[in-house]
Design a protein around this ligand. Sequence first.
Ligand code: PLP
Length: 285
Amino acid sequence: RTVYVNGEYLPENEATISIFDRGFLMADGVYEVTSVLDGKLIDFDGHAVRLERSMSELDMRSPITKEDLLEVHRELVRVNEINEGLIYLQITRGSDGDRDFVFPDPETTAPTIVLFTQNKPGLADSPAAKKGAKIISIEDIRWGRRDIKTVQLLYPSMGKMMAKKAGCDDAWLVEDGFVTEGTSNNAYIVKGNKIITRQLSNDILHGITRAAVLRFAREAQMEVEERSFTIDEAKEADEAFTTSASGFVMPVVEIDGVALGEGVPGTIALRLREIYLDEMRKAAI
Ligand code: PLP
């Protein structure tokens, strides 16, 4: 695989990063994951805009223009012959050659930028989406700026491990009884014909897929309510699903051992998945 590091395309085993990089020492960095379908980028613009915002919230300076970033994404897709898969992009604050809590001077310290591809044939036609996900709920003990897409992913990883140990696929995070989001996705329930998902704030990541799916839902005259819902309300819902750039729209069929509806993927979730994939393929660049 060819990867991109600080302006260079290299074989993955020749790419190197300083051991003092603050991404490595302090999880001081941000990332994005963009999916590739038919060899094209899904919602590149949405991810580029959120990346800018994540960096500006952390006083980081972008080492690359949006135009060049698009070029790097496309070049990696081309050289690695990705038809369906993901592009991972990470920008960390770099280092001035030592460890210090204080940020290094941005005038003299360049951020580190890394991109690599993950080949995932069958990403869109996923068996997991046909089966639906079983989830557990766990307490949300993450920090208070979940709107910033940082590489600080230890707790979400632990959440996925807890789900795996329980024989499930993923976990939803719960704060004061209310669902914030999934470990790596936004969370939704459906009651009657109404789609309910938590309102945007610093408590959740502002999903790029969320924005697109809610737009398509409204365009299709579906009712959308952006409000907090409790985990108890979720267990009584007719359907549930999650959204993310890598999972698109993923039906949820079970929460903490309680089957939702008939215990199979819901019709609204499946319809939204189809609309999302159709529309985003058309708009891919
Ligand atoms: N919420 C969290 C915590 C995430 O990590 C992610 C994606 O990684 C999402 C939501 C979904 O965001 P997006 O649709 O932009 O992939």
